[in-house]
Design a protein around this ligand. Structure first.
Ligand SMILES: *Cc1c(COP(=O)(O)O)cnc(C)c1O
Length: 360
């Protein structure tokens, strides 16, 4: 079987051994005579799957008992709305660190419900860096401050979570389980699954129970209330059963690989392989500023758009796909999430060196 090296930003690569374990069970899960896809979400077997998946994520993220995990749908984009709807009332003050396109979308959504202020905003600098957040600018009456932990399109990342005197909410869609943060310090974190957790269709929310409110405005739709999902163990309605099962297989893989710390170390090694080439070249130009660089998405340019197109085409001929940058930024983007191997990145690095020699 010939598999390509997939550098897509999402849906992204899944480890082959995870796919193989699913393949083995796809028609007949554990000898039960049916697929997980066909199984009642209320069945004993499925209950075991979802509980084990939740427990393993709790273990991987070192969550204490104050934290709850919700398995939802609607993507990270639905969380742009659910966060303000649940954590604030109409007109409340909220803060957004606007460090990229998704951060900007989250801010725009929050403005519909709250008095959402962009406490930092790097748009004028094309989102090349993560601006510092100055605590002295924060009004403590604000309900929360929202950050995008990893800016998937621009290739920037918070190396450390900001220390704030108000609750912190983080969109961790593109670096959950790839970068080690203390999730217990967060009021809430959310992620669409399709980057580091498996297939699209599942959205994971990690929330401190203190912020699960039952007194949200009665205009908030039932499906958009964290308390409803929490009370029902993410089974208020039919959850994305198969996607949760696949995420569970991903979590087992993360544990087998040594956990988030070990994987982060490997991710740093992978990213540095590419950044070293970018920093030692007059041909390639890294996009993100050094101290804001992502270890998940590496963004760069070549001298001309023609060369970028040639780079993408030749990489594809060599079995490396999805290296085209996001349409709002252009250039090249290599997304090297957990499932991308060191060998895979090495192959890209070697290709980059050869390509520079041949096209300089
Ligand atoms: C991909 C992405 C999103 C959008 O996720 P959907 O699941 O498609 O809604 C939001 N935020 C970040 C940081 C992302 O990388």
């Amino acid at each position: 079987m010939e598999r390509v090296l997939n550098f897509a930003a999402g849906p992204a690569a899944i480890p082959l051994e995870v796919l193989e374990s699913i393949e083995k069970n796809v028609c007949n899960y554990n000898g039960e005579g049916l697929s997980v896809m066909e199984m009642s979400h209320r069945s004993k077997t499925y209950e075991k799957i979802i509980n084990e998946t939740r427990d393993n994520l709790k273990k991987i993220l070192n969550l204490n008992d104050d934290m709850d995990i919700l398995f939802l749908q609607g993507g990270a984009s639905s969380q742009f709305a659910m966060v303000p709807l649940n954590l604030a009332n109409v007109g409340d003050l909220t803060y957004y660190a606007v460090t990229g396109n998704f951060a900007n979308k989250a801010w725009e959504e929050a403005k519909k419900w709250t008095n959402a202020i962009d406490i930092t905003n790097s748009k004028a600098d094309k989102y090349k860096y993560i601006p510092e957040i100055d605590n002295s600018n924060i009004d403590k009456s604000a309900k929360y401050l929202h950050i995008t932990a990893n800016n998937t399109i621009f290739g920037t990342m918070y190396d450390k979570l900001p220390e704030l005197n108000i609750p912190l909410v983080a969109d961790v869609s593109s670096n959950i389980l790839g970068k080690d943060y203390d999730y217990n310090k967060l009021a809430l974190a959310y992620a669409g699954a399709q980057k580091n957790l498996g297939p699209a269709g599942l959205t994971v929310v990690v929330i401190n129970k203190k912020y699960i409110r039952e007194d949200v405005a009665n205009t908030v739709p039932t499906m958009f209330r964290y308390d409803i999902h929490s009370k029902n163990g993410s089974m208020y309605n039919t959850p994305p059963t198969f996607a949760i099962y696949v995420a569970g297989e991903m979590f087992k893989w993360v544990i087998k690989e040594g956990g988030v710390k070990a994987i982060e170390k490997r991710n740093i090694e992978k990213a540095n392989m590419l950044y070293d080439i970018l920093d030692n070249s007059s041909f390639y130009k890294p996009f993100a500023e050094k101290n804001s660089r992502s270890i998940m998405n590496v963004t760069f340019n070549l001298p001309t758009e023609e060369l970028e197109a040639k780079f993408i085409a030749e990489a594809k001929e060599n079995g490396m796909i999805n290296l085209k940058g996001h349409r709002v930024l252009g250039g090249i983007r290599a997304s090297i999430y957990n499932a991308m191997t060191v060998e895979g990145v090495k192959k890209l690095a070697e290709f980059m060196i050869t390509f520079e020699k041949e096209n300089k």
